[in-house]
Design a binder for this molecule. Structure first.
Ligand SMILES: C[S@@+](CC[C@H](N)C(=O)[O-])C[C@H]1O[C@@H](n2cnc3c(N)ncnc32)[C@H](O)[C@@H]1O
Length: 224
């Protein structure tokens, strides 16, 4: 499969922020290559395989990992400081090249959409899209991760009955998720929850949204 021509085959927004500190450089040059997703071998024997798209600071991924030690998790993030934030929590200072890496966690430091195109069919049991960049302007709809043309790409890699969790605090994106996913024959979903359901770890972005007075919605879409 290839990127549909109407979806931009490139990312928008920041991949780099302010200059990295030496420890962060080491995390990216020494630890990240050891944890980089390079195929599903690491998931052999795992009870399930999950993918998180855009993990931000990594706290949601690490909470999932802690609560589900038998599950293989692929975690994707393009922002370097986000990658460093997750790595810093699992790799001790000074051991970037040597510390053992979690057996059931691999990172995809690029556009998650490229990973979706390369994964085998029906290889994932769950996907998580927590507070995607909203791109609220109408002329930017093609930049949104949820997009009519991404649905078959996501559906291909999800097993029948697999769950796609989505959370968003942005009213435009909330309406957009309903507009795109509700009519799709590939997914079915109950009405979204207005409070974080049990078993959903919190995220940093969610905390900011709630503090700012916004109400996130939480969906579970089931691959038909
Ligand atoms: C608004 S932040 C939310 C971060 C985190 N999920 C949270 O709830 O705190 C969205 C994140 O998605 C990442 N992102 C955006 N597009 C992506 C893509 N195509 N693949 C992987 N990550 C992406 C961004 O770098 C950003 O860190």
């Amino acid at each position: 499969m290839e990127f549909p021509t109407s979806i931009p085959n490139r990312l928008y927004g920041r991949r780099r922020g302010h200059k990295l500190r030496p420890r962060q450089e080491l995390l990216l040059t020494e630890a990240l290559p050891r944890m980089r997703f390079a195929g599903l071998d690491f998931a052999a024997g795992a009870s399930q395989t999950w993918l998180e798209v855009g993990f931000g600071g990594g706290e949601h991924t690490l909470a999932l990992m802690a609560a589900n030690p038998d599950t293989a998790i692929i975690a994707s993030e393009v922002y370097e400081h986000g990658l460093c934030s997750l790595l810093t929590q699992i790799i001790p200072d000074g051991q970037e090249a040597t510390a053992p890496i979690p057996a059931r966690l691999r990172l995809w430091p690029e556009d998650a959409r490229a990973l979706l195109l390369s994964l085998p069919e029906a290889s994932l049991d769950r996907m998580f899209l927590m507070f995607p960049d909203p791109w609220p302007k109408a002329r930017h709809t093609k930049r949104r991760f949820v997009h009519p043309e991404i649905l078959p790409i996501v559906a291909r890699v999800l097993k029948p009955g697999a769950i796609w969790r989505i959370a968003s605090d942005d009213p435009t994106y909330q309406g957009w998720v309903e507009e795109v996913l509700r009519p799709s024959p590939l997914f079915r979903g109950a009405e979204p929850a207005r409070a974080r359901p049990p078993g959903w770890p919190p995220t940093r972005y969610e905390a900011k949204a709630i503090e700012a007075g916004r109400t996130p919605l939480y969906w579970e879409w089931v691959r038909v």
